[in-house]
Design a protein around this ligand. Sequence first.
Ligand SMILES: Nc1ncnc2c1ncn2[C@@H]1O[C@H](COP(=O)(O)OP(=O)(O)OP(=O)(O)O)[C@@H](O)[C@H]1O
Ligand SMILES: [Mg+2]
Length: 448
Amino acid sequence: MAKTKTIYTCQNCGAQSPKWMGKCPDCNQWNSYVEESYAAPSGSAVTAVTPQLLHEIDPLKALHIPTKIAEFDRVLGGGFVPGSAVLIGGDPGIGKSTLLLHALKNIARLGKKVLYVSGEESAAQIKTRADRLGVAEKTLWVVTENNLENLLTLIKKEKPDIVAIDSVQTIYSQNLSSAPGTVSQVRESCGQLIAAAKTTGMTLFLVGHVTKEGAIAGPKVLEHMVDCVLYFESDSGHAFRIIRSVKNRFGAANEIGVFEMTGAGLREVANPSHLFLSERNQNSIGSVVAASLEGTRPLLLEIQALVTHSPLGTPRRTAIGIDTNRIALLVAVLEKIVGIQLFDQDIFVNIAGGIKISEPALDLGISLALYSSFRNMAVDPKMIFIGEVGLTGEVRAVSLIEPRLKEAAKLGFTKAVLPHGNTKSKFSVEGMELLPVKNLQECLHNIF
Ligand SMILES: Nc1ncnc2c1ncn2[C@@H]1O[C@H](COP(=O)(O)OP(=O)(O)OP(=O)(O)O)[C@@H](O)[C@H]1O
Ligand SMILES: [Mg+2]
């Protein structure tokens, strides 16, 4: 007879300990241990396993089922793959359930049997949202259930093509005594649901809550278990929603899709560069356009900088949409290599539109925006900047230069300042004058 005992589990990383601890030694989180019951495995039944020859295995007939939402299909790598599990996380109220319903509607329209499991909302609430979004498909089933065992029985009986769970933190297994949402419940529920998906070939779509820090709540192992992890994000005060794939076993990671939240649901933004540049004031001091790349998609962004004399002993360095350390580094390069004095200046940098970018190819654009603001001189509004800036002021080559330049040409830009290293192999972009630079000094000398 298996002996039941209790164990303490860290709700942040899933580490376990026989005793309660104030601070998790694995992830350094404070006060994250919760008591859970734990049944020791009772003996182990050994079964023989037979390996298969790799070349004899039939590959997945990877037929993506398209959601017909181009921006969503782009991050999924073409659509839902049968037998796979997709996890989407995002802040409360960002629009996870809305996106899910939009996608399920299109899939149901293809004649697929769709099951929407909601642990958070009543069937009537879902119907209200569906009416608002214009969802009236006849193969869309809804169930409000939190019990894992009941769900698995239902899935076995109904054999749906797609099961969407909103959200995984509300599902609990009656075999575990810990509360829904705890690490062991989430791990157990997901494990069993994913196993069901793999054996029956249904697609599993999981909605996950996020923690205060913005990561998907529950153990990190959850992100390893699923095939695709998506994050839905936005900056408060903006109607834009960005969906980003951080892991995808069937397509490129780091792909983004852009949406706008409206009364009738999420509207796709097919040309985000156009949107991000739409409110730009031409000839503004401290405003520069740079070409970034998210996944395989080029994105033109307006970088705004404000450099102003500081009354404070320690001047302010504030950045929105970009890492402050990156700004500190570029400010140091401008001081040391270019020779301008910024130590007594307040510095603010903003990526217009509320998007967050970590790509170093924006460095040249940021440096130019800072310099433009400091010197009170505007840069040519038809010019774009691409390049990573190193600590010695050198401008380093970036990947995939041509799609960035083509996107810029499409939006009416005529001159591009780019790293010299990217022009080693000859290429040209119609309507675009290329101005290669080796370092920051050369760039500033040519522009101002
Ligand atoms: N009647 C409405 N008109 C316009 N927008 C609405 C309306 N109702 C809801 N919304 C928008 O939809 C958003 C909520 O979307 P949704 O319920 O899909 O979010 P969620 O991410 O599933 O939230 P939760 O974490 O609470 O489940 C709201 O923040 C709001 O912006
Ligand atoms: Mg929801």
